[in-house]
Write a protein that binds this ligand. Structure first.
Ligand code: PGA
Length: 252
């Protein structure tokens, strides 16, 4: 994963309702960003819309991501979706450990199992980390460090370089309370320091870090310039093709 190319992922979550709305959102993104070559743009629709969205983006440079995956590849697992199925659909990235899934009980251990399964298929995992609240003592740093440490228990140096880490403070997601540029910069340096401790400096520098949490068209340029991250994971603002494209264009 090239670190100098900004990565902007639109996480559509449980939106929109109909297939035709998903298709037209995808077409809108393609229209707005078809000339975009300076950033890697990825959309993550819900499972059921992946195939249709894939068709809409097929003639563009935009890539497809899934919002989650199951850790087993095949067999008696009712209701699950495997990485082999996602690979067959042309997915190139998978978001894992999003706080909305961790809130449903997903553990660091399960996140790690999924990451290993995804990497085995040469697909890029986008691992979300981030604290639920900030405290004056800085305990939230320890929380993020623990999430990173669990990854280091299953991934070697070669593997961690293929992972994208999305720092998404839970208090900033969907709230409009975007982290400040300074908060984001501080966390970028902290994550690199932790990865240096867990691996080495060269490896830490190669892991792509992105930020998510109320990224909007009006704050993207500053956050990108000052925050030190290599891109964004965008929720709400990715549901409007115009605003999403402005965010992408702000990453210069
Ligand atoms: P938001 O969501 O941009 O709506 O805050 C980000 C995310 O959950 O990935």
């Amino acid at each position: 994963m090239k670190k100098n190319v900004p990565l902007i992922i639109g996480n559509w979550k449980l939106n929109p309702v109909t297939l035709s709305e998903a298709a037209s959102l995808a077409s809108g993104v393609v229209t707005k960003l078809k000339k975009e070559t300076e950033a890697l743009v990825v959309v993550a629709p819900s499972f059921i819309h992946l195939q249709e969205v894939k068709k809409k983006i097929s003639k563009s440079l935009i890539e497809l991501a899934a919002q989650d995956v199951y850790s087993k590849n095949i067999g008696a697992h009712t209701g699950e979706v495997s990485i082999l199925q996602l690979k067959d659909l042309g997915v190139s990235m998978v978001i894992v450990g999003h706080s909305e899934r961790r809130a449903m009980g997903e553990t660091n251990k399960e996140v790690c199992q999924k990451v290993v399964t995804i990497l085995a298929q040469k697909i890029t995992p986008v691992v979300c980390v981030g604290e639920s609240e900030r405290d004056d003592q800085g305990n939230f740093f320890t929380f993020v460090e623990e999430q990173l440490r669990s990854l280091s228990e299953v991934l070697d140096t070669t593997q961690i370089k293929k992972v994208v880490i999305a720092y998404e403070p839970i208090w900033a997601i969907g709230t409009g309370n975007t982290a400040t540029n300074e908060d984001v910069k501080e966390m970028q340096l902290f994550i690199e320091t932790v990865l240096t401790k867990l691996y080495d400096r060269n490896t830490a520098k190669k892991v792509k870090l992105i930020y998510g949490g109320s990224v909007k068209a009006h704050n993207a340029a500053e956050l990108y310039k000052e925050g030190g991250m290599s891109g964004f994971l965008v929720g709400g603002a990715s549901l409007k093709a115009e605003e999403f494209s402005e965010i992408v264009k702000a990453c210069k």
